[in-house]
Design a protein around this ligand. Structure first.
Ligand SMILES: [Zn+2]
Ligand SMILES: [Zn+2]
Length: 277
């Protein structure tokens, strides 16, 4: 059987692009597809941030998210669906912030479209940012930040809203970590929720290009995840076509080191395992 490389996390919207004109168009999707082909990636999945879309504005109260919530979700979905109709190897996903208590409202918005998969992310805990200054760590300390972050991640898994948890140890973004006992306890708590809820973990190369300079997640999280039978996806978290497939060879090596030999492929929120890269 052929080996498969997927990149299931990328954004049509540039992180710094304030002007959405031209973002959610077939022509832009095709640029990502072309880069994937060049990089030897078999299939890509789009996962723009739900908070950019006006249809989801009522779900959040984080000012940073609300200030960026003017795009039209219909336009995004339509651009990716047009590419699918043309036979391009793309999947329709969305990167969805988890917020305890908002599960039903989130499910209502998500239920309006036919996704191939949904990424669950924790970028904010109690309104405090994980990967921007002032960060949760700066405000509550590293031990407390890790405990709170992994508590929310485990709840995100258990919510049943998501197929994959994105950049699962994003809280290491700035490179600060508690001692091994504290990180181990946080991982165990999160993995309990994740293993019982049939959600995948994402192996993401985005962290290589952040202050921490490492793949998400750590081996100390990924190895017990493998032993618990939790499947994986691969991700570049590209925000421009040029970054599609970036460093996925390192993600594959990282996953193999933890024991993985298969990668998850999604279609209409159904999954199957294929030989890894
Ligand atoms: Zn993210
Ligand atoms: Zn992302």
């Amino acid at each position: 059987m052929a080996f498969v490389i997927v990149d299931y996390h990328m954004h049509l919207r540039d992180r710094h692009g304030d002007q959405p004109d031209g973002l959610y168009l077939l022509e832009r999707v095709e640029r990502y597809v072309a880069k994937a082909a060049e990089m030897g990636v078999d299939e890509i999945g789009f996962s723009d941030h739900i908070y950019h879309f006006s249809q989801a504005r009522h779900l959040w109260n984080v000012p940073w998210m609300l200030a960026r919530s003017g795009d039209n979700l219909d336009g995004y979905v339509s651009a990716v669906e047009q590419a699918k109709e043309r036979g391009l190897p793309v999947k329709l996903g969305l990167e969805v912030d988890y917020s305890p208590g908002a599960e039903d409202a989130i499910a209502e918005v998500l239920g309006r479209y036919d996704w191939d998969y949904l990424l669950g992310s924790v970028h904010f805990v109690d309104g405090l940012s994980i990967d921007m200054e002032p960060s949760l760590i700066a405000l509550v300390g590293v031990d407390e930040a890790w405990a709170r972050y992994f508590d929310w991640l485990g709840q995100a898994g258990q919510s049943g809203l998501f197929d994959v948890l994105a950049h699962p140890d994003l809280v290491k973004f700035f490179g600060q970590r508690p001692d091994d006992d504290t990180t181990g306890a946080a991982y165990r708590q999160a993995l309990e929720g994740i293993a019982s809820s049939n959600v995948c973990l994402e192996v993401s190369t985005a962290g290589l290009h952040k202050p921490v300079g490492e793949i998400y997640p750590d081996q100390a999280l990924l190895t017990p995840a493998f032993r618990s039978g939790i499947p994986i996806t691969l991700a570049s978290d590209a925000h421009v076509p040029e970054h599609v497939g970036r460093d996925l060879d390192r993600a594959i090596e990282h996953a193999r080191h933890a024991g993985y030999e298969t990668v998850t492929v999604f279609e209409g929120r159904r999954r199957r395992q294929e030989p890894l890269g």
